[in-house]
Design a protein around this ligand. Structure first.
Ligand SMILES: NC(=O)c1ccc[n+]([C@@H]2O[C@H](COP(=O)([O-])OP(=O)(O)OC[C@H]3O[C@@H](n4cnc5c(N)ncnc54)[C@H](O)[C@@H]3O)[C@@H](O)[C@H]2O)c1
Length: 274
């Protein structure tokens, strides 16, 4: 897809951070946007901001953990705009802390949003776009699933987060292959440090969960990082080129190289005497 004028985009987690940066870049390129976020008030403000930029936008309070809520998102978008061209599967949360402190409640909190939520929204989006293409041949579409550089680089802290993002990379790679024949592009967004509200995402925890991890642990890594408004144009450029992976930072090459070298080294050592 290389022209965003009058395209219809759905952005989950669109009320803040990277989702908001993507939405603003879309508005600058002439697309109309559905801001889907669990924070309904912030979503309303974002949609208002987008309308002020001269495009159509609505806010829908959406919880990606809830199938009925996700179904309602697609129904409402269809009713309001008559179709969808772009889906940004972006809502996410973060918990840090040492591996030994990661409780099952921590694990569930992160995986429910970051992996199950991406699956739930992604499956519905893929089915929607496929059916739409049967009715309107050649309409195509593009899906961007937000993973992270953490989707390739696991470490002791932020265990559940890294597992969720490795999962998003795998899901997104499979989806790209599966939808290619339908003319639907899929990219995996792998941001480096972006200065967003992610270190406050444990505010979304409710009830009396057993907490070992804290979102605030992310703060030192992303404060002073790239601004979300600078991420949006990078993402749109990646879609125009139908890139499989959209990276935001090129200063992590050595870490990636070391990871893949280590994998290749172990393959080279197959059959080596013990
Ligand atoms: N900030 C970074 O450095 C960074 C780096 C790599 C990847 N990411 C990923 O980018 C995505 C966006 O995060 P961000 O950094 O912009 O953080 P953010 O907290 O600013 O934005 C995330 C948005 O997701 C929403 N959200 C959370 N749970 C939800 C749910 N159940 N249903 C619907 N919406 C929900 C939040 O309300 C918030 O508006 C996440 O998937 C995150 O993991 C962020």
């Amino acid at each position: 897809m290389d022209n965003f004028t009058d395209k219809i985009a759905v952005v989950t987690g669109g009320a803040s951070g990277i989702g908001q940066g993507i939405a603003r870049a879309l508005a600058a390129a002439g697309a109309h946007i559905v801001v889907a976020d669990i924070d309904g008030d912030a979503a309303n403000k974002s949609a208002e901001d987008l309308r002020g930029r001269g495009v159509r936008s609505i806010a829908l309070r959406t919880d990606v953990r809830d199938d009925a809520s996700v179904a309602a998102l697609f129904d409402a978008t269809q009713n309001e705009f008559g179709g969808i061209d772009l889906l940004f599967n972006n809502a996410g949360v973060y918990l840090g802390g040492e591996m030994k402190d990661c409780t099952e409640d921590d694990w569930r909190f992160v995986l429910d949003v970051n992996l199950d939520g991406v699956f739930r929204v992604g499956q519905r989006a893929a089915a929607f776009l496929r059916e739409q293409n049967l009715r309107e041949a050649g309409r195509g579409g593009h899906i961007v699933n937000t993973a992270s550089i953490g989707g390739f680089l696991s470490h002791g802290s932020g265990l559940a987060y890294a597992v969720s993002k490795y999962g998003v990379v795998a899901y997104s790679e499979a989806m790209r292959e599966d939808l290619e024949a339908d003319g639907i592009g899929v990219s995996t967004l792998c941001p480096g440090p972006i200065d967003t509200n992610l270190p406050a995402s444990d505010r979304l925890r409710t009830g009396s969960e057993k907490t070992g991890g804290m979102s605030e642990a992310l703060s030192p890594f992303i404060r002073g990082g790239m601004k979300p408004d600078d991420v949006g144009p990078i993402v749109l450029s990646g879609i125009r080129r139908n890139l499989p992976y959209i990276f935001t930072h090129d200063d992590m090459r050595d870490v990636f190289q070391a990871r893949f070298d280590s994998v290749m080294d172990c393959i080279d050592r197959i059959g080596e005497p013990a």
